[in-house]
Design a protein around this ligand. Structure first.
Ligand SMILES: CC(C)(COP(=O)(O)OP(=O)(O)OC[C@H]1O[C@@H](n2cnc3c(N)ncnc32)[C@H](O)[C@@H]1OP(=O)(O)O)[C@@H](O)C(=O)NCCC(=O)NCCS
Length: 178
C-alpha cells in the first residue's frame, strides 16, 4: 500500500477497498454533508463505489484523494489530498483541487489544516505543479479557514450548479515559495 505523506500526527496513504466501513461511517453522517451539496450515503455499496472511483483516478490522473490515518489510534479518520477536477467549476476546468473530509469525532483538532498543508507541499514539491486551487461554500467557515491557513487565497465568488455561493481559492508556486 502506497504511503504518500507522513505528518506529525497523520499518515496519508492510498485508499483501498478495505476502507469502505470507515468511509461509510463518515459519509452517512448528515452533518458532514452540510456544505457539500449532496446527500449522506445510505449503503455500504456507495462507499465501495466511491473507493473504486478514487482508485481509477490514481490510474487515470496519477493522483486522487488519500485516506487519512490518525497515527495515535491507527484509525481512518477521513480523506484528504489533491484531485484533478476536469469539469468546469467557478469558470475553471482541469485544475488540481485541495480537499479534505473528516468524520465528526475528529473535527476541531487541526487535522484538516495538517493534511491541507501536506497536500499543498506534495503538489508543489513532488508533483511540481504551478498552481493549486480549491472551492468552498461561502458558509463553510471552518473549511475557508483551513484553506487560508494552507496559504490559499480567495480570488472570486461564484454560484455552483445549484445556485449556492462558493469561493474560488488559488495558490501559485511562486506565492507559496515567498
Ligand atoms: C471542514 C473540516 C474539514 C474542518 O476540519 P477540522 O479538522 O475541524 O479543521 P481544523 O481543526 O484544521 O481547522 C478548522 C478551523 O476553523 C475554525 N472553525 C471551526 N468551525 C468554525 C465555525 N463554525 N466558524 C468559524 N471558524 C470555525 C476552527 O477554530 C479552526 O481554526 P483555528 O485553528 O484558527 O482555531 C471538517 O469540519 C469537515 O470534514 N467537514 C465536512 C466536510 C467538508 O465540509 N469539507 C470541506 C469541503 S470545502
Amino acid at each position: 500500500m502506497n504511503i504518500y505523506v507522513e505528518t506529525q500526527r497523520l499518515v496519508l496513504r492510498e485508499i483501498v477497498p478495505g476502507d469502505s466501513k470507515a468511509l461509510f461511517a463518515m459519509d452517512s453522517d448528515p452533518e458532514v454533508h452540510t456544505y457539500l451539496g449532496n446527500n449522506p450515503i445510505t449503503e455500504l455499496q456507495q462507499a465501495e463505489k466511491a473507493i473504486a472511483h478514487i482508485r481509477q483516478q490514481y490510474l487515470d490522473n496519477g493522483i486522487g484523494r488519500w485516506a487519512v490515518i490518525e497515527r495515535a489510534s491507527g484509525e481512518l479518520i477521513g480523506w484528504a489530498g489533491l484531485k484533478l477536477v476536469k469539469e468546469v467549476r467557478g469558470g475553471h476546468a482541469d485544475y488540481y483541487d485541495v480537499g479534505y473530509r473528516f468524520a465528526k469525532p475528529y473535527w476541531g483538532q487541526g487535522y484538516a489544516t495538517e493534511s491541507a498543508l501536506a497536500s499543498v507541499a506534495y503538489g508543489f514539491n513532488v508533483m511540481k505543479l504551478d498552481v493549486l486551487n480549491a472551492t468552498a461554500d461561502t458558509g463553510n467557515l471552518a473549511s475557508i479557514k483551513v484553506l487560508q491557513k494552507a496559504g490559499l487565497k480567495i480570488k472570486h465568488e461564484f454560484k455552483d450548479e445549484d445556485g449556492i455561493p462558493h469561493y474560488w481559492f488559488e495558490l501559485s508556486r511562486d506565492e507559496w515559495n515567498t
